[in-house]
Write a protein that binds this ligand. Structure first.
Ligand code: NDP
Length: 265
């Protein structure tokens, strides 16, 4: 469920998972009117629906609607996966963070432990991934955002979980390079790039854009022009879907082939 939703790749991803795992599913994209989310979930549940993914702009509403929350959903303050139980109870989970960490570590072969990580943005997506990234015990996370106060507030909230600070882009002119830079802003959607000095990179840095598109994003082009490896966020999308599938069906799909198939579609 989302709004807009027509661009979603999730129905194709879950159909491929179901084929691979020998499961019968009916997973389709449901466009929900703003203000109609709780009603739509109730109708879906009553008609026999057993699981839902939730995307923009309903992740906070899904968080509020759930009767119980997993610890990672509670920390994220947002829910992207609902489990609709037989006793009418609704459980909220969040698989976005584990999706990103799995893509970075297993598919992109990036170790997070002990690394200096820069994360751009301080919106819902960044909030969702901070807990699972901090669990991997990076050396330090710097958050940079267009509205510095949002990054400062988010960093303060997560300080009990690890070493993290937040601020604006201007401060990035005075810091040492990072091993991993993650773009969690929606700037790429508008074909834009946050102001980033070249001094953030070394030849060994790795750049990851949470957005995915057929063409390299402006952030990925910025990295490539400086000889730095990068990835888009399609792997994250497939990995968070696999985690949701696992929660619903207790079967863990193989993701590598699915990422390749979705890339080539
Ligand atoms: P939000 O609207 O919650 O947050 C947007 C963030 O981007 C804010 O930090 C905002 O800064 C910043 N921003 C927006 N435009 C610009 C710009 N032109 N220059 C600099 N910063 C900008 O969005 P989400 O957090 O939900 O999503 C962020 C991105 O993550 C999207 O591209 C989305 O597609 C992607 N995503 C990918 C997933 C995947 O599975 N691959 C899963 C979830 C999200 P400010 O606070 O100043 O407004």
């Amino acid at each position: 469920m989302g709004n807009p939703i027509s661009h979603s790749r999730s129905p194709q991803i879950h159909q491929l998972f179901a084929q691979q795992c020998g499961e019968r599913i009916d997973y389709s994209a449901i466009l929900v009117d703003l203000g109609g989310f709780a009603q739509a979930v109730g109708n879906f549940h009553a008609s026999g629906g057993r699981g839902l993914n939730v995307t923009v702009p309903f992740k906070e509403e899904a968080f509020a609607l759930a009767d119980t929350l997993t610890p990672r959903a509670r920390l994220a303050g947002a829910v992207n996966t609902l489990l609709l139980h037989d006793n009418h109870a609704i459980e909220g989970d969040n698989s976005d963070g584990v999706g990103l960490v799995t893509d970075l570590q297993q598919n992109q072969q990036q170790t997070l432990a002990g690394k200096r990580i820069l994360i751009l943005g301080a919106g819902g997506a960044v909030r969702g991934v901070l807990g699972p990234i901090l669990e991997q015990q990076p050396l330090h996370i710097t958050l940079a955002n267009r509205t510095p106060s949002r990054a400062e507030a988010l960093a303060e909230q997560f300080q009990p979980h690890g070493s993290i600070n937040g601020g604006g882009y201007e401060a990035l002119n005075r810091v040492a390079p990072f091993e991993i830079i993650i773009n969690g802003t929606s700037a790429s959607l508008a074909g834009e790039l946050p102001p980033l000095p070249d001094s953030l990179l070394t030849g060994q840095s790795f750049c990851y854009d949470m957005m995915y598109s057929a063409e390299p994003t402006p952030f990925m082009r910025w990295a490539a022009e400086r000889g730095v490896q990068s990835s888009d966020g399609l792997g994250m999308l497939v990995e968070q879907a696999a985690e949701s599938f696992w929660r619903w069906r207790q079967k863990r799909p193989q993701t590598k082939a699915v990422i390749e198939q979705i890339h080539s579609m």
